[in-house]
Write a protein that binds this ligand. Structure first.
Ligand code: AKG
Ligand code: FE2
Length: 258
């Protein structure tokens, strides 16, 4: 695969698919792990999204094996090229846009209606986009199972779409095991939910100085942190948390070491 050509293409369109990166059995086993985590979180009354949009933030918290979905070598290569080697994870969610039966939750969830995942200062969306969204299809994405809809090249605009307007759109179609990278300025929305399952992972990566959605530093016990790979450690901001004070260190980025 010619990654640099695909990245060039990505910069033009705002979205690019990398087909068949994970094998189907790996996808199936990840889906069954996610289903277990869903049941566990439901039984504890934890946040799991809503009836039409199941959302598991930090899905690797209960099962560190799932962190391989954060640290995939292909994603690493792409992010090092798009950002730099100090890039970090900004957010991560396993999502299933489906009509789920059997339980009743009235939470809020996100990603429904036209939006961007970009960052704004005043009314202007920052350009170039600071962050990139990676979508991993663990099940097929088709036009019949709530696949993400997007507007090609809309990442060049610096304002927000109207959430409920009828725009012409493309549907993100890819088979289980495929990955898409999306510019966070691209206009997109989840498709309408169906009975068919659509487990997937939405990770957002950005430069080291962008705040993560969660305080990973406080989320995990020391024992667990010791088990993190070097890459996961860096991605979860352990190398870029600000020091306690000026006596501990001056540089925010530990690698710089002042
Ligand atoms: O579920 C989807 O297809 C879209 C999700 C999304 O856009 C988001 O979480 O920001
Ligand atoms: Fe989004």
């Amino acid at each position: 695969m010619d990654i640099s050509n695909k990245i060039k293409q990505f910069k033009k369109t705002g979205i690019e698919i990398f087909p068949d990166i994970l094998d189907k059995n790996t996808c199936k086993s990840h889906v069954s792990e996610l289903e277990k985590i869903l049941e566990l979180r439901k039984s504890k009354g934890d946040y799991v999204g809503d009836q039409k949009n199941l959302v598991l933030y930090n899905f690797f918290e209960e099962n560190l094996n799932l962190s391989s979905l954060i640290t995939l070598p292909l994603i690493n290569e792409i992010m090092e090229s798009l950002i730099d080697e100090d890039y970090v994870l900004i957010s991560n969610q396993a999502k299933n846009r489906t009509n789920s039966q059997h339980f009743n939750v009235n939470n809020k969830s996100n990603g429904i209606g036209w939006h961007t995942d970009g960052r704004f200062v005043g009314k202007d969306q920052l350009k170039p986009s600071l962050c990139y969204t990676v979508i991993i299809a663990l099940e097929d994405f088709t036009e019949h199972n709530g696949s993400t809809r997007y507007i090609i090249k809309s990442h060049n605009k610096n304002y927000r779409p109207k959430r409920n307007k009828n725009y012409d759109f493309s549907t993100l179609e890819m088979s289980a095991g495929s990955i898409a990278i999306m510019d966070t300025s691209l206009w997109h929305t989840a498709g309408p939910p169906s009975k068919k399952s659509r487990w997937s992972v939405f990770n957002m990566y950005g430069p080291w100085f962008v705040k993560p959605y969660f305080r990973y530093y406080d989320m995990f016990e020391e024992k667990k942190i010791m088990k993190f790979s070097r890459l996961l450690h860096k991605l979860l901001h352990f190398g870029s948390n600000p020091p306690l004070n000026q006596n501990e260190r001056l540089a925010t980025l530990k690698r710089v070491g002042l």
